[in-house]
Design a protein around this ligand. Structure first.
Ligand SMILES: *Cc1c(COP(=O)(O)O)cnc(C)c1O
Ligand SMILES: [Zn+2]
Length: 443
């Protein structure tokens, strides 16, 4: 097999490294590193042959190709030996036709890609399987790696802890104290990671973990490490595959550190380059108003960029003021004619509740994306005949505090228009049957 990939400086200075080197930035110019594939080698199969291969592997039991990520191994990380792959058969998440919500807002083809229906409940699994597999291969060839480490707003650490535990590699997790949900906090605890709860925010945790991982025996698992993006870009491929290789018109995605949107764009650009698709979708990045550095930069057509101090938001996984993949994301947004929009706490909470009323169970980040969707429709950017996909980044089940708070009416800055608290009744037939009649009349 002649396929290959390597790390290359994104600033175009030409510096390259092996994906098995412990390096996160270009040593010449400080630029981030991207995984670059030998596309000419990948042209040995026609676009139709690639599609057929990916389709054929979908959900197969042949290790490791049944994984949504590893079914695209040649495009993701061809140099990994199957024995070193650490996979939970992530990917192949369902794309939900949100017919009823779509009708309410006037879009006939609204789809929600439920990336949270995954091993640890978020899309982070798509990237983590690649990163931890590379680490396992490094260790198997004698590299002195003692542990993996990350700073996290919750989901990265849950994913890293699970994959590291599956591989038997120690994991150290740095979390901002009080800023992740209970569900997210308990995941790495259960998986046996070293969980360090620090009195700072995500950006503060990030600064410390970067220093900790200057020691090359502790491997950095944050998305500045571009290996994760190789796995995450498969969501783009999987999406068009789910639409029989047709490209949606719009994709709405909640963004924080900007790794996922960069990966999404990368997947589409790679498919276009290799002829699997002939056009690109438009991308809308959805930010929480309380952590909106990309939105502010967008207002200047990305001429100016200023990190912000992220404020507390219900969308805690995107409470990031200084996104590491800013440069990558801007490049993608320019190529995919992207827009950026923001949502307040009130808007995101109500959007999630509205979606829930039509059968979903949206996490707050998905709420941000849905609120942005509503705005883009009102503004006429998204038309009723567009095929629209909302990327749901995590399972609502990880955010019980958010759901309970909404329905109890206790969330700050939020008016719970759709609160539906349980009714406490005496254990009597009359009380119950009257309550049911009242509810049916009000429906
Ligand atoms: C990580 C995460 C995001 C943001 O992804 P970035 O790559 O940081 O932009 C959004 N939603 C959820 C639930 C996440 O865990
Ligand atoms: Zn460089």
């Amino acid at each position: 097999m002649s396929y290959s990939c390597w790390l290359e400086c994104i600033r175009g200075c030409g510096r390259r490294y092996s994906i098995f080197d412990v390096v996160y930035r270009c040593e010449d110019c400080g630029g981030l590193l991207d995984v670059v594939h030998d596309l000419d080698a990948l042209r040995d199969r026609s676009s139709e042959e690639w599609k057929a291969l990916f389709d054929e592997r979908t959900r197969t039991t042949e290790w490791p190709f049944g994984s949504g990520v590893w079914g695209k191994k040649e495009w993701v990380c061809p140099d990994i030996l199957a024995d070193n792959i650490v996979s939970m058969y992530e990917g192949h998440t369902n794309c939900f036709w949100a017919e009823r919500l779509g009708k309410q807002i006037g879009v006939s083809e609204l789809w929600v890609k439920l990336c949270g229906n995954s091993h640890t409940g978020s899309f982070k699994d798509l990237g983590m399987t690649v990163l931890v597999s590379v680490v396992r291969q490094m260790i198997s060839t004698g590299r002195p790696i003692r542990a993996v480490a990350c700073a996290s707003t919750g989901d990265t650490s849950a994913s890293l802890a699970a994959y590291a535990a599956a591989a038997g590699i120690p994991a150290a997790i740095l979390l901002p104290r009080g800023k992740v949900s209970t569900g997210q906090l308990v995941q790495p605890i259960a998986n046996g990671a070293l969980v360090l709860s620090l009195d700072t925010d995500f950006d503060g945790c990030m600064r410390i973990v970067q220093r900790v991982t200057q020691d090359e025996t502790i491997y950095l698992a944050n998305s500045m490490n571009s290996l994760r993006m190789e796995g995450q870009k498969t969501v783009a491929i999987e999406l068009v595959q789910q639409f029989d290789w047709r490209v949606p018109d719009w994709i709405i995605i909640p963004v924080g550190n900007l790794g996922n949107v960069s990966a999404l764009g990368k997947g589409f650009l790679m498919m276009k380059e290799l002829g699997l698709i002939d056009r690109l979708p438009r991308i809308a990045c959805a930010q929480a108003e309380r952590a909106n550095p990309l939105y502010r930069s967008y207002l200047t057509s990305f001429e100016k960029y200023q990190p912000v101090q992220a404020q507390q938001t219900l969308a805690s996984a995107i409470q990031i003021g200084d996104p590491v993949s800013y440069e990558r994301a801007v490049r993608v947004l320019r190529q995919l004619d992207g827009v950026v929009e923001q949502a307040t706490e009130d808007e995101l909470a109500d959007a999630a509740a509205r979606a829930d009323r039509t059968g979903m169970y949206a996490c707050p980040h998905t709420g941000v994306a849905l609120a942005v969707l509503f705005k883009l429709i009102d503004r006429g950017d998204i038309r009723h005949d567009h095929r629209v996909v909302v990327i749901s980044t995590a399972s609502g089940l990880k955010f019980t505090d958010f759901k309970v708070g909404y329905h109890e009416g206790t969330l700050t800055g939020v008016t719970s228009h759709l609160a539906n608290p349980p009714q406490e009744l005496p254990a009597s037939y009359e009380a119950v049957s009257q309550a049911i009649d009242r509810a049916i009349a009000a429906h």
